[in-house]
Ligand binder design. Structure first.
Ligand code: HAM
Length: 422
């Protein structure tokens, strides 16, 4: 019986991987200009980190984590997201003591959620994310939002929509929480079991429920924006003013609550605003968090960040026909005929590679014609032909594939010649 790939995962093969590399390179380049540095944290962490960090009542923690017990009887979890691990590392590595504050980080890597797979929803997906920890200056909120939007812009995705909300500070959230309880309580029996248990524990999560999305009470639920205290309102206004100043367009959506518990103040999502999408149009999500670092044993260090999956970004690029970056082709393919020439070709490839020329040859003892075909398939820019005659004369015939032009080059000069053609 053959073994298949697990549901909700994918192989990314050559031909597709180039698009991934292109996206990753662009995103990293944007991060460089915004002065964010890369961090790499483990793919699994202690389960408790996510229970505390992401929140016990969230769907992620309750239903979606890949949790296992290791041989030492510890409960570990494949990370469902990146923020908790980064915050843990911030505390553990005492980054709060770094004179460069806020600490501005980006990360990229696989995340795991046991969700029902569908287009744009995978069980293993790759997030690219950013966290700026250690400042509650509203200009850093605007910076992080601008960074996210710049990545989309760099990739040519201009019709994405930035949706913004404020979840307020603790006081505002508590007031909103009570209003939500008052609103839903009389009819809570009409909601799913999860929502019923969410009512007292975390009523904000009701707004996020996938099952009860269409219930009329969802449309009339009290808005957080009506419960913001003066300070929270002023903070939100400041963030918006800076975005206006930067010319970054956004829409305020008071129903945007995000699916993770750590958010306060600014919350945002970037949505695909074009055709070609199914039910899922959220490309990127993020926001400000206060208390996460403290909950993990650190000092008071508020942060803000976002993450998007490369899978969903690729869907958006495909929908716009922007998914074909120029593919890197081979510089040179050596067609070698005869045993001696083949050995010489191996030596030439080694030298070419050392000077940065990408090159290859035949390894299946194919005839000349088949070797030329291979060079074509690899889209080699140059084909170099080395037969017994050439070898005797100390020459190699270099053909420019685009023009068909051919030139005999002394073997002693071949490496330099190819290097000059790059
Ligand atoms: P999130 O909204 O759970 O936030 O996920 C962020 C992004 O990850 C989504 O917008 C989507 O692009 C992608 N994503 C999530 N689940 C899947 C899935 N099953 N398949 C494919 N893509 C998926 C967070 O993870 C927060 N840690 C973001 C953040 C960083 N907030 C502050 N800092």
């Amino acid at each position: 019986m053959s073994i298949h790939i697990p549901r909700g995962t994918q192989d990314i093969l050559p031909g597709d991987v180039e698009l991934w590399q292109y996206i990753e390179a662009k995103a990293k380049e944007v991060c460089r200009t915004y002065h964010y540095k890369e961090i790499r944290t483990p793919i699994f962490e202690h389960t408790e980190l996510f229970q505390r960090g992401v929140g016990d009542t969230t769907d992620i923690v309750q239903k979606e984590m890949y949790t296992f017990t290791d041989r030492g009887d510890r409960s570990l979890t494949l990370r469902p997201e990146g923020t908790a691990g980064v915050a843990r590392s911030f505390v553990e590595k005492k980054m709060f003591g770094n004179p460069n504050q806020p600490v501005k980080l980006y990360y990229q890597g696989p995340m795991f959620r046991y969700e029902r797979p569908q287009s744009g929803r995978m069980r293993q997906f790759v997030q690219f994310g950013v966290e700026a920890i250690g400042s509650s200056d509203p200009t850093i909120d605007a910076e992080v939002l601008a960074l996210a939007m710049s990545i989309y812009e760099e990739l040519g995705l201009t019709d994405v929509k930035l949706v913004l909300n404020s979840l307020g500070d603790k006081e505002s959230r508590d007031a909103h929480r009570q209003a939500l309880i008052d609103h839903f309580k009389p009819n809570i029996h009409e909601f799913c079991e999860d929502c019923q248990s969410r009512l007292e524990k975390n009523p904000l999560r009701i707004l996020d429920c996938k099952k009860d999305r269409e219930h009329p009470l969802m449309q009339t639920a009290p808005s957080i924006l009506d419960h913001l205290n003066d300070e929270s309102r002023a903070y939100f206004e400041k963030v918006r003013n800076i975005l206006d100043q930067l010319g970054i367009q956004y829409e305020v959506d008071p129903t945007l609550v995000r699916g993770l518990d750590y958010y306060y103040h600014t919350a945002f999502e970037i949505m695909a605003d074009g055709e070609g999408f199914g039910a899922i149009t959220t490309l990127c999500g993020g926001g400000r968090y206060t208390g996460l670092v403290e909950d993990l044993g650190g000092p008071s260090a508020p942060g803000i960040g976002f993450a998007f999956s490369i899978e969903r970004l690729i869907m958006a690029l495909k929908a716009k026909g922007l998914d074909k970056p120029s593919v890197e082709t081979l510089d040179c393919f050596i067609v070698a005929l005869g045993d001696e020439a083949k050995d010489k070709a191996a030596e030439l490839l080694y030298q070419l590679r050392k000077v940065g020329v990408s090159c290859d040859k035949d390894y299946l003892d194919r005839k000349m014609k088949a070797q030329f075909k291979a060079a074509d398939r690899y889209q080699a820019r140059y084909t170099a032909i080395l037969g017994e005659n050439e070898l005797k004369q100390g020459l190699i015939n270099v053909k420019v594939m685009e023009s068909g032009e051919q030139k005999a080059v002394a073997l002693t000069e071949f490496i330099q010649y190819m290097q000059d053609q790059r």
